[in-house]
Design a protein around this ligand. Sequence first.
Ligand code: GSH
Length: 215
Amino acid sequence: MPKSKNSSDLSLYQYWRSSCSWRVRWALKHKGIQYEDIAVNLLQNEQNSPEFLSVNPGGYVPALKINDQVYGESLALLEWIEETYPTNPLLPKSATDRLRVRQICQHIASGIQPIQNLSVMRRHSSDPAEQAKWAHHWIQTGLQKLEALVTPTAGTYCYGGEVTLADLCLVPQVYNALRFNVDMTPFPVISRINQHCLDLPSCDASAPHNQKGAP
Ligand SMILES: N[C@@H](CCC(=O)N[C@@H](CS)C(=O)NCC(=O)O)C(=O)O
């Protein structure tokens, strides 16, 4: 694996409102890593342009250019960032604690977000109201399970008192929930964690409203 000796080696292809991009932006900010920001406009379908597909055949953001190679998949990128930049750790120390954090991440990144993704909504229906209904349903269902999952482990954050990768997945998913008017009242633990996270400078700096291209 190429070693990134300094932050100038990193360029992040991302979209301001993309929840998966927010995960990676937040990890980079949390660890104080500099990166070049390359905006990919999903509403203009730039993720499917020949130019973007030539760097990331997955056709998704985020993608991270590390020493001239481009890599996709936000959770894989988070793991790489954690391994390469261990200061301000985003995973707990013990293997079973890490397992729980990764379970929360996967619940969101594999179990909720993909079903409400743009391409899936578009495939489901061309009617924006029907798309929104679809996303609302899957996010609400996913958050019900997430509330049960994080309740036993939550402190200030998803897993005790330290920010972990689980929080980096949770907050952008709550952002999507609010976009699709999901009532957060039945999810007090998620809502509390979300609010604590939003108060963190690294979370705010990586939030959609602070990105290039945001209205
Ligand atoms: N599993 C991928 C999913 C990436 C993904 O779904 N990205 C969305 C934005 S959050 C995207 O690029 N959507 C474009 C599309 O659906 O065409 C990851 O975690 O990075």
